[in-house]
Design a binder for this molecule. Structure first.
Ligand SMILES: [Ca+2]
Ligand SMILES: [Ca+2]
Length: 221
């Protein structure tokens, strides 16, 4: 009941504020550095992925599918023939279920030619140990600006972590498909009620996230 009252209050507040839902548009002259938000479908898996050493010395279960959340910042570099390079900074990712964190930076490259593809490379420490690990994706990720999709693996080793990235520059694009629709609203509310609605990415799901999301959604941001 309390949550329902909060939603009602938020909708009334926003309706009175004059915000109007709009289409997903990336305006020319957008800020040079854009924040990307990891959303539903972003996961972390870890364990001993095949092929292992083949002698049983690297046998361990793969666990995960844990939700991966957080943000990174993207800056556009000068275009090159056939591709566009971006600088990635301030990557702060976390796995709330197991308390794991990833921090670092890197680069993103998208192809200018069909079929669409992209590659994400991040150098990150995990759990603030200070050890820098390089995570790379292959180039088969589907790219549909303003979305970044990639599956990252660390350097070949017995034990590995796989990071699936579904990131969007639109705060209210909750399913990270590059568009803001009513489906994002329903998905956000479903996940917010389930405790996974950290729209402002401060590490906790609260009533403030409801207002933050609705404000962005009605402004199509
Ligand atoms: Ca969407
Ligand atoms: Ca929050």
């Amino acid at each position: 009941m309390r949550n329902a009252m909060c939603i009602g209050a938020a909708v009334v507040f926003l309706a009175g504020s004059g915000w109007v839902a709009g289409a997903d548009v990336i305006e020319p002259g957008a800020p040079a550095t854009v924040v990307y938000y990891l959303r539903s479908g972003s996961t972390e898996r870890e364990g001993c992925f095949p092929p292992d050493l083949g002698d049983g010395t690297c046998g361990c279960p793969v666990r995960g599918g844990f939700d991966l959340r957080g943000t990174f910042r993207v800056a556009v570099n000068a275009p090159t023939t056939g591709s566009q390079m971006y600088t990635v900074t301030s990557a702060h990712l976390r796995v709330p279920a197991i308390g794991r964190t990833f921090d670092g930076d890197g680069r993103y490259q998208s192809s200018n030619v069909a079929p669409p593809s992209g590659r994400l490379d991040l150098n990150m420490t995990f759990d603030r140990t200070g050890e820098v690990v390089r995570w790379n994706s292959d180039s088969s990720g589907v790219v549909s600006s303003p979305v970044v999709r990639a599956t990252l693996v660390s350097a070949p080793a017995c034990f590995n972590m796989v990071l699936t990235i579904r990131a969007t520059s639109l705060l209210s694009d909750w399913n990270a498909d590059g568009q803001v629709t009513v489906g994002d609203l329903f998905l956000f509310l479903k996940e917010w009620f389930a405790g996974d609605g950290d729209a402002d990415d401060n590490g906790a799901t609260t009533v403030q996230d409801l207002f933050t999301f609705l404000r962005a959604w009605m402004g199509a941001a």
